[in-house]
Structure formats: C-alpha cells, structure tokens
Design a protein around this ligand. Structure first.
Ligand SMILES: [Zn+2]
Length: 86
C-alpha cells in the first residue's frame, strides 16, 4: 500500500485501484483522484480503456483478467513517464 503525501494519484496507485474503480468500490475521494489522474495521463487512459473493454465483453473484471505482462510493460513505461519529484 502506497500512501502519498499529496492528493495526486500516481500511476502505480491507479493500477492497484483499477479493479475497485470498475467495481464501484472506491470512495468518492479516491474515485475523483482516479479520474483526475486518467484525465492527465496517457498511458493510464489507455490502460483503463483496455480494461473497460474487458469489462464490457465479460461483464466483470477479475484480477485474473489483468494481463500481468501488459501490467509489467505499463509499469515500466510509467517509470520513464515521470521523473521522480524528489
Ligand atoms: Zn498514470
């Protein structure tokens, strides 16, 4: 579990919360942070869109539906996407 000092969601946090997002299990606060993040982050937008298609096709989203390879590639891309602020 990653706690961020600020209010801004980071990519890794988004990836970890994405199943809760599709299940409607996020708090209002986290849902807003999630949506603010994907509004500003291209890789996460594509990730969420891909999962949304999975949900629409299967009617659900299980952890098992997440492609580990894709997730790894994304997380790798995220590392290069932002330079650490500290
Ligand atoms: Zn992101």
């Amino acid at each position: 579990m990653t706690a961020t000092a600020g209010d801004e969601m980071v990519c890794i946090e988004l990836v970890e919360l994405v199943t809760d997002y599709f299940e409607g299990a996020l708090s209002e606060h986290d849902r807003l942070r999630f949506e603010q993040h994907i509004a500003a982050c291209g890789p996460c937008t594509r990730y969420v869109e891909q999962l949304r298609m999975t949900v629409e096709l299967s009617g659900r989203l299980d952890e098992g539906d997440l492609d580990p390879a894709m997730r790894a590639v994304l997380l790798d891309a995220f590392r290069g996407w932002r330079t650490p602020s500290n």
